[in-house]
Every structure is written in C-alpha cells, then in structure tokens.
Design a protein around this ligand. Sequence first.
Ligand code: SD4
Length: 320
Amino acid sequence: MHGIIATWRMAKEGIEQGFEQLNQNGKASDAIETAIKAVEDFPYYKSVGYGGLPNEDQVVELDAGYMDGDTFDVGAICAIKDFANPISIAKKLSEEKVNNILVSYGAEKYAREHHFEEKEMLTDRAKAFYRKKKKELEQQAQELKPYDGHDTVGMVCLDENGTVVAGTSTSGLFMKKPGRVGDSPFVGSGFYADSEVGGATATGLGEDLMKGCISYEIVRLMKEGLTPQEACEKAVNDLDASLKKRRTVAGDLSVVAMNKKGEFGCATNIDGFSFSVATSDAEPTVYLVTRQGDGHCTFEVASKEWLDEYMRVRMAPVEE
Ligand code: SD4
C-alpha cells in the first residue's frame, strides 16, 4: 500500500507527480519533496513558495518543516527569504545531527552553503495583492483578519516499504509581522509522522493550531486505535471547544491524516476546506469537506466545475 494526502486543492498537481514516484516504488521522502516543490514553484498559489504573499514590510518570509517517521529525523526553517524550495532545505536539515531548525539569517546561510537555488520570491502579482490590501485597510480603517484565505500546503506520504513522512511549506499569514512564525515549521503542530502509526498535518491559524499540538495529537489518537477520520475529528473538535471555552473564539483549524495502512481522514472547523489524496486504491482526487452540526466531517469529490472555477479565480488578474 502507498499513498499521499495533502491540505487543499492546490496540492493536486503536486501529489500527481509524487504519486507517480510512489507507483514506481519510489521513496516517500522523495515523493513528498517532489509534490511540495511543485506547489512551491507554481506562481499562482499565493501562500506557498514563489508568488507567496509578503509580510507587512512587503518581504516574503517562508516556513517549512519535514519529518521522517522511520527515524524521527526532523528539519525546519523559519522566516527564510529568497530561496526557491524551502521544503528541500528543511529536508536536508533533518539529516543533520543537531541544528535541525534554523531561522532567518541562519537558515539562509545554511541554504547558501548547501547550494540551494536562490530566487527572488516576491512576484509582481504578490506586490499587486499587497498594494490592494494596503489600500483596503487604509480606506476602511479595517482590522486585518489574520487568516484571510491563506492556504498552507501540508502533506503525509506512505511508501511501499511502510515509511511515513510528513512535510509543510508556507509563506505564513499575509501581512504578518516580520519574523512571525506559525505552526507550519513546528513538529507536532504543523506536521508529525510515525511510521508505526501514520502521519498528520495542519493548516489554518498557526497561533491556535499550536495550542493543541494538533498533528502530534492526531497521531497519538491513531496510535490508541482511532481511525484517521475519528482522530482528525476528535483533535479538531476538542481543540475548537477548548479554545472557545477559554478565549470565546477559535481560529481556523483544518487537518488531514493517513495511517500506515493508507487509510485517510480529515477534519475542519471552517467552511470551504478541501484536500487532495491518492492511494494505491484511488487515483489523485480532490475532496470538499463539510462540517456537520455535530462536528462530524463528511467529504465529497470536487466537481469539474468547482475545479475549473478554482483555477479561474487563482489565475484571474488582480483588480486593484
Ligand atoms: C500559519 N498555518 O502560518 C499557517 C497558515 C496556514 O492555511 O495554514 N494557512 O499560521
């Protein structure tokens, strides 16, 4: 059995490429890197890699994390500027004995020394989104909503040898403070993998996802015997309830998981969450998730119309 699951529809083309490698008996570690790089390289996804939206100072700062579920090797970079593929740098860092998580200048120094591709990651399109947002905020004296339709790519991948890996890549929240880091590069929050159990990854408001160490929690629940779907729903619903009890509101929390048998699950506390998945039993497919009143989440295959409209919106000119 092999498989790959990812947050959001934007991962579809990436998982198609990674899945192809898994079908050829490729390693999960290679397949996930291929898949996440494809998302990073696509300029119209405005929250991951090239074309990612900038921070308050109009600088694109990228976060990425990677975990190998066989060895528990972990690597991550936070707030790195002007490197094309953060996931590859995070993965390389996971091979180091120490210094596995590097931020900003240190991450850039490491990436340069290891000859990772340097690239100006702020595109004209991202600058246009920045100008538009700035104008809206000034005109309406509007408070910036931190999430604002921002999508991180998180993936879990299982290969025929039974290795489970997990990884994330994001430009974080649009208009974040310089140096702000969310959950995505933090093991246990943004991602977690244990080849004896499975893996999980999260997207949403990092500040809240971290409060539940949600990816670790899902893997822990799967280890106790819950299916991926049960584990995802319990982790999201428990954290959502705890946050509301203590703070009256809960930020956006969305997760996906896959266990070592290739079974998968998802959960969310928002409308509009989607995910992409492929397994030995099923071709790459995008699902749309609906949260029911009781917190149970159901999902259905996205229609061709929905998929076309998604791309149309992503690629439409920015109206300033
Ligand atoms: C963050 N969790 O930086 C990320 C953002 C995200 O979908 O996932 N957006 O907080």
